[in-house]
Write a protein that binds this ligand. Structure first.
Ligand code: SAM
Length: 271
């Protein structure tokens, strides 16, 4: 991504997610979540805002975002219910789960590229939202030292943690895709879990779907966020295992949301 600009894909996803009906915890701050979404909507391009009115475009993207959001929401709620005390959101973008699912005794860490995180924090400041129970960690995942940064920020490797990696891995070169999984595993004690979305190659891609994928990817190149790593499903799951995670469930979103293209995986794993 561009070093000096916040992620546009993060903004697009957050705007889409703000359309959905979602759960929250009894101590969660849904108003703060809404306020941030409105501030993002005000800055979203016509193309992002127009997606709502364009049924054909919304059907595929909306199905994917709906399934993905509920998968990660459920993972967070299950972890909180099970007494997991730390939630580390890697590549957090404008994710507001730390606000929506705020819970006594649970510390959220939001890790993101400095440019995106600075924009998010400035927005929260302008809106008067003080997320005191969130620890922000600025990090570029294509540089070494993430584990040390987490430790310095107060993440305790000996305490069970839920790691979330949503919509991030495909934007990293293979080396750093694998390093991010391994760093999380390296700080995951017994009882820790991982919820991750992984874009893998569409096994049934025909010429028409390939052309439409290339158009999407060209738009991402133009916005400074090229898609860099999309392995085959077996390869992705092998990388996950080699990094130290054992998959408990692997859902291809196309099986849950008809009309979405195959290959987008939602994976739950443990150490
Ligand atoms: C598609 S957005 C997803 C954001 C968030 N997880 C969500 O689902 O709303 C991709 C995220 O990856 C982050 N990202 C991309 N490349 C990164 C890098 N090299 N280092 C750190 N973060 C990066 C961006 O800042 C952005 O927040």
């Amino acid at each position: 991504m561009r070093a000096d600009e916040p992620s546009r894909t993060a903004l697009g996803v957050a705007v889409a997610r703000s359309r959905l009906d979602r759960p929250s915890t009894s101590t969660g701050d849904v108003d703060a979540d809404r306020a941030l979404a409105e501030s993002l909507l005000a800055d979203a391009s016509e193309s992002i805002r127009g997606r709502d009115g364009d049924r054909a475009r919304w059907r595929g993207f909306g199905g994917w975002i709906t399934a993905r959001t509920s998968f990660f929401d459920d993972a967070v709620l299950a972890a909180i219910d099970d007494g997991v005390g730390q939630i580390v959101v890697l590549g957090a973008g404008y994710d507001t789960r730390a606000l929506r699912f705020r819970s006594p005794g649970v510390r959220f860490f939001e890790v993101d590229h400095p440019a995106t995180q600075a924009d998010k924090r400035a927005r929260l400041d302008r809106l008067g939202i003080a997320p005191d129970d969130v620890t922000f960690v600025a990090a570029d995942f294509t540089e070494p030292g993430l584990g040390d940064r987490l430790a310095a920020a107060g993440h305790r490797a000996e305490v069970a943690t839920l790691f979330i990696i949503e919509g991030v891995l495909r934007y990293l070169p293979e080396q750093w895709f694998r390093a991010l999984l391994a760093t999380a595993a390296g700080r995951a004690s017994a009882g820790s879990r991982l919820a991750v979305s992984i874009s893998t190659a569409d096994p049934d891609e025909d010429d028409e779907r390939a052309a439409s994928r290339r158009r999407r990817e060209e738009r991402l190149v133009a916005s400074g966020e090229p898609v860099l790593t999309v392995p085959d499903r077996e390869v992705a799951l092998a990388w996950l295992a080699e990094s130290g995670w054992t998959a408990d469930s692997v859902l291809d979103v196309a099986d849950a949301a008809p009309g979405t293209r195959p290959g987008r995986l939602l994976v739950l794993a443990h150490r």
